[in-house]
Design a binder for this molecule. Sequence first.
Ligand code: GLN
Length: 301
Amino acid sequence: MTSPLPQHAPDAGASFTGIKPGTSIAALFHRSPVDPVDLRILLEHALGLSHVQLITRSERLLDEEEAKSVSRLIARRLKGEPVAHLVGVREFYGLPFRVTPDVLIPRPETELLVELAAGYLPAGGKMLDMGTGTGAIAVAVAHERPDVEVMATDISAAALEIAGQNAGRNLGKEGRIRFCQGDWFAALPSPARFDLIVSNPPYIAQTDPHLSQGDLRYEPAHALTDFDDGLSAFRVLAGEAAKWLNPGGRLLVEHGYDQAEAVCRLLLENGFVSVESWNDLAGIRRVSGGIFPGAPPQPAG
Ligand code: GLN
């Protein structure tokens, strides 16, 4: 996990009395009651301005309605609600993703998994994204690699509904992704072989105190934790992926900051070769993966 603790204590809202009509955008930033990056996103949303417009029109004054709606958003943020829930969208890999409390909010560190997946997929290859949530990984890879076929699963029907909308919004009307509902590999409708299986599964241990802090309090628990030691999804993925990979195919998973060793061990125990980990931008081993070599050679004679 790299989730920062909340910038503001839960009771930080107590001293916030609202914004007066006639306040300028610049003045708001000058004495921002919330993190300035959060304020920027909330203002863009409430005032319908782009990032550039917010800067070039910084002397613009808020009218009464705007002051009211911005005050409401700031008050909710100060109580701890995630910015992505307040504005209903989060940018990931340069694309907008609709976000609701039914899905995990896409994280910047997950862009590493997209980059690796888009780089490793062979021309015209097939990828499977397990536990897709918002669809962020599947959609970003499909957007980056128009030549590949993408399938994505989730156990939650509500998540698949949102993932479908995100596919339509970012990939055109047809969306190009086949979605299947179910528990890990049980979601797959028929025997199939993929060149790449990726997943950002729930990997936070049930006892991790981060689960009761910051944005995580507002996200679906089943998308964050396995209600166990944090490794159960990796046991399923590493244990069963071979049945669904082409020989030479690859499994790539995102994991917690201290799980690289355990995940690599699981991959090796399950016959994967060329097992390695990759660092995220914070220098944390964040993604691990390996290659499924195919059936072991038959003994001679
Ligand atoms: N990276 C997320 C966090 O630490 C967890 C995401 C996950 O469990 N897949 O907040």
